[in-house]
Design a protein around this ligand. Structure first.
Ligand SMILES: C[S@@+](CC[C@H](N)C(=O)[O-])C[C@H]1O[C@@H](n2cnc3c(N)ncnc32)[C@H](O)[C@@H]1O
Length: 263
């Protein structure tokens, strides 16, 4: 108990109350780091740097990075779920929270999904917007989330809310505030699909406090929290979800949650 308490990292203020009622402060902290996002399987890219590239070079680097994280030996990282969900999402309206450089969203939009890219970093979205234009994708929209109130402009009838490695980047109380704002856009029958990090990875890495673990796993991220079904159900409550499937994958680097809203 005492050990557990010492390991508990602290966020500098309480998310969801007082001045941070809408997560403006929380997102400012995240923004300091997250202009640097995953590129290929093991690489990170500063979106500000990619904004300076010519159209041709941007497309080349992006395509190379996508292939690096989804084909060959990396099929077990992104490739498998691109195959699995292309059909699931075709013709459906999906909100992606934390879209990074758009490796997933652009792939799914190109195979017919109606995709909304949401991110807390504007330059990440600018890259994705440019790539969508270059690829002639028109079934897309973009939402820069200065705080959670920005979500209010989006439709209320998404078929899925999809977050890959984004909702683990903040303390659970903050994730709960963000999830509750997102849920206003997901009717009963909609899917909640999340890629997170499992507890087993955290244990393997030495049970660090979330702030230290973020530095290790994600190149200086201010916070990384492991998720399991129990934690996810807690921050989604009172909305109730049934499980479509959950999976630990890529050894136990990642876990996947595909849930369907019951109430
Ligand atoms: C680890 S990167 C993952 C990017 C992308 N989903 C991918 O699979 O490559 C995290 C992304 O989520 C964004 N992000 C981090 N925390 C977020 C939050 N609480 N809400 C929305 N976006 C967030 C970051 O700006 C970044 O683009």
């Amino acid at each position: 108990m005492a050990l557990g308490f010492r390991r508990q990292a602290r966020w500098a203020f309480s998310p969801g109350v007082g001045e941070d009622e809408h997560l403006g402060q929380t997102f400012r902290i995240l923004r300091n780091k997250w202009g640097e996002v995953p590129g290929g399987e093991q690489t990170r890219v500063r979106s500000e740097d990619w904004l300076k590239l010519s159209d041709q070079e941007l497309l080349r680097r992006w395509s190379e990075a996508l292939a690096d994280s989804s084909t060959g030996p990396s099929y077990s990282v992104r490739g498998w779920y691109h195959t699995l969900y292309s059909d699931v999402f075709r013709g459906k309206k999906v909100l992606e929270v934390g879209s990074g450089l758009g490796f997933d969203g652009i792939t799914f939009a190109a195979s017919g999904a109606e995709w909304t890219f949401v991110d807390v970093v504007e330059t990440n979205l600018e890259i994705v917007k440019r790539l969508c234009q270059l690829k002639g994708l028109t079934n897309v929209r973009f939402c820069y989330m200065e705080d959670v109130r920005a979500l209010a402009t989006l439709p209320k009838d998404y078929a899925a809310i999809y977050g890959q490695g984004s909702l683990i980047n903040l303390p659970l109380e903050a994730t709960r505030v963000e999830a509750q704002a997102l849920l206003k856009h997901l009717p009963v029958g909609g899917r909640w699909i999340e890629l997170a990090y499992p507890k087993r990875r955290w244990i393997h890495d030495g049970r660090m406090p979330a702030d230290k673990w973020g530095k290790k796993t994600d190149g200086g991220a201010p916070w990384v929290e492991w998720h399991d079904l129990k934690k996810i159900r807690e921050f989604l409550a009172p909305a109730q979800f049934d499980v479509v499937f959950t999976l630990d994958f890529h050894k136990y680097d990642f876990n996947w949650f595909d849930l369907i809203r019951r109430s």
